[in-house]
Design a protein around this ligand. Sequence first.
Ligand SMILES: Cc1cc2nc3c(=O)[nH]c(=O)nc-3n(C[C@H](O)[C@H](O)[C@H](O)COP(=O)(O)OP(=O)(O)OC[C@H]3O[C@@H](n4cnc5c(N)ncnc54)[C@H](O)[C@@H]3O)c2cc1C
Length: 396
Amino acid sequence: MSTQPHYDVIIAGSGPAGSTAATLLAQYGYSVLMLEQGQHPRFHIGESMLPRSEPVMQRLGIEWSDGNLVKGGAKFIDEASGKTTFFPFQGKYRTFQVERSVFDERLFNNAIKHGVAAQQQEKVTTVNCSTEAVSVSTDKASYEGRYFIDATGRSALMGKKHKSINKLENLGKFALYKHYHLAKTPATDALFATGNIEIILTDIGWIWCIPLVDQRLSVGLVVQKQYPDDLKREALYDHYINASPRMTELLAGAELWADLRVEADFSYFNAQRYGQRFACCGDAAGFLDPVFSSGFFFAVKTAEFIADQIHQGFLEGREADPTLHAVTDQIYQTGFQSMYLMIERFYCSNLVHNLFFESDREERIKREITAMLAGDLWMEDNQFQQGLLRGRHKVA
Ligand SMILES: Cc1cc2nc3c(=O)[nH]c(=O)nc-3n(C[C@H](O)[C@H](O)[C@H](O)COP(=O)(O)OP(=O)(O)OC[C@H]3O[C@@H](n4cnc5c(N)ncnc54)[C@H](O)[C@@H]3O)c2cc1C
């Protein structure tokens, strides 16, 4: 008989996906071990949230208004033509702009408060799932369990093991971003009062502008198209930020809060998201270009799907069934496909000019786009979404 520590569920990764799955399973009464290679608080990009994450936060017992800036909606701006359009989030769920290092640590501590055993600075290296059990090795110890959840984010532990990560081409290629502390001006006061994310179109991609608490601003340049060869990354970022009248207005008198950071190679899907005694959630299941701020939402939503389904599998004695997640994964795929198709249209079919700017003239289209931007991806009567799903370019 094995002497290794035994848990019902072992989770690799303690970002939003890992902490959400861990907390929900602990609420069901299971013993859960969560292993994190880093140490909270740790920096993470991805500050702009969607309203449809709120029901999951409620299940976790997280009051996410604490310490975060209320997000009014999403504004799209084309400075070349002078056109703008705004999608307000006025439905029954609220949403926020959050500082991820602080918020992710809160979600992590909340999991511990619910009885989850957690280890930090311990990296999962090997996972073996058989009909009988799961064995997990780290750089420090070995564990056994009944179920394994991969919540390792873009490290995609199981996806790499199964060689099932497929890149999605034609979306953003890389992001360059900085954080600032803004001066108090009428323009910055107005931005913090609305809490809106602003998406500014450029000829090589787009700029995000996300206000945070304490007068701070997250600014990123996402590059999709060919850019001037003579510009190195920092100069490229400065060139496009300085060329934007809106950014120039907001950054007047600002202090740099954090230096340039880079993220590349985003946008992929994991073709093997579940199997015998394992499931992947959050970025480990798939990741989409951040233009519509969907990453955190998919992280907590997939974690919720998986935690509920594992509970069901344990109750029904189906925990070794490799198809345990087949039905909920289909539901997730509808959401993921819809968001992917909207992003693909953003880059490849000029969605903002052809539809977003025109939507102010048609209330139904405005409402349907707003619903999707809020993360409301499972409405049966959203004609805009149905049109996307009937169209071309679906991912497998
Ligand atoms: C440029 C950019 C901008 C973004 N902007 C937004 C945005 O505005 N809004 C939004 O919602 N999303 C945004 N995102 C995406 C969002 O940040 C992610 O989707 C979200 O963090 C996913 O959560 P997760 O828990 O799956 O992964 P993560 O938050 O990455 O957590 C994974 C955790 O697993 C740990 N880990 C990894 N490997 C191992 C291992 N082997 N063993 C143990 N632990 C391990 C890591 O240390 C990490 O803590 C953005 C992403 C990028 C790249």
